[in-house]
Design a protein around this ligand. Sequence first.
Ligand SMILES: [Zn+2]
Length: 387
Amino acid sequence: MSAQAPPLKEALAALVATPSASSPQAGLDQPNRPVIDLLAGWLEGLGFACEVQDLAGQPGKANLVATLGEGPGGLVLAGHTDTVPAGAGRWRHDPLKLTEAEGRLYGLGTADMKGFFAVVLDAVRGLDPKRLRRPVVVVATADEETTMSGAKALAAAGRPLGRFAVIGEPTSLVPVHLHKGIMMELIHLTGRPGHSSDPSLGVSALDGMYRVMAELIAWREEMAGHHRDPRFKVPFPTLNLGHIRGGDNANRICAECELSIDLRLMPGMDVNATRTELEARVGRAVAGSGLIVRLHPLFDGVPALETDADSVLVKELETLTGHPAGSVTFGTEGPYLNRLGLETVILGPGDLAQAHQPDEYLALDRVGPMRDVLTRLIGRLCLKDGR
Ligand SMILES: [Zn+2]
């Protein structure tokens, strides 16, 4: 239902007060639909055509695609509506109540990334669709913090959303066109227990995992040699042996061992191909041992993002912000939007240092500059008389 879009702080207060945490823990997971409905109501009031897309099999979870103007090639202003859970008891301020203090707006999601939507609302307020040569599209997604199912649904639907996309994740007002891909995988080996005094009585999963680890470390070195990219602070792919668990007793042959690893992929490295390679390498490491290998992803994985440094949007945002485009260490929904043919840049007013933290805040002095960047970007890319 259409509603008057309130002033920026009021809009942000309403967004923060509408809980929308996503979590793999069922008890902490909340619907995002109320946030989608708030945004849809306000954007409708500003003349946008709003389409709420419910996510199949996920009651209470939805995306919003809101469009002002017509035709192809639009500018998409995108973000996720979910937050991480507040975490118990460590906040000085009520996480669901926007609190202004010390030149900051405190509240859950202010930096990551409800604050961006409040700024977007302000930047599109009063835009006359008759003056647009390209549409302005606001896209709001579900479950970025967990499965990225919202962005995946948009990618799977395959409907073009526009030509350019800005995702307002917290980048401290610096444009970002690169990030690595992320994978986390569990390797489980099952052997056979037996008395430690006679190795022939069992099959040691720990011995097997030692060989797997040696293989993974060798693979890590190969990858670092093959995929260098000086645009990243850590200019090679990483493979971290993060967690291991196995065995129960010094005098028993270890029957079960599992290892969790984290991989950070360079642009050009494919999640599925890397997973296939991992399976082959683990299989080879324990071949002939009698161990049973099971691998499973700890989550689906996020592809790397690479938007051409010479793309129109990258150049525009470098000019408007005064910063060269760079990379970040976190994953985003950008790769899914790029699959829809968009040129995606990550650029938001919040700081990563405040995201996923107690007393999350958005500095008030970021609000005006972010709004100016969006207003000028809309002018340059979408208005008939903008250039
Ligand atoms: Zn985020």
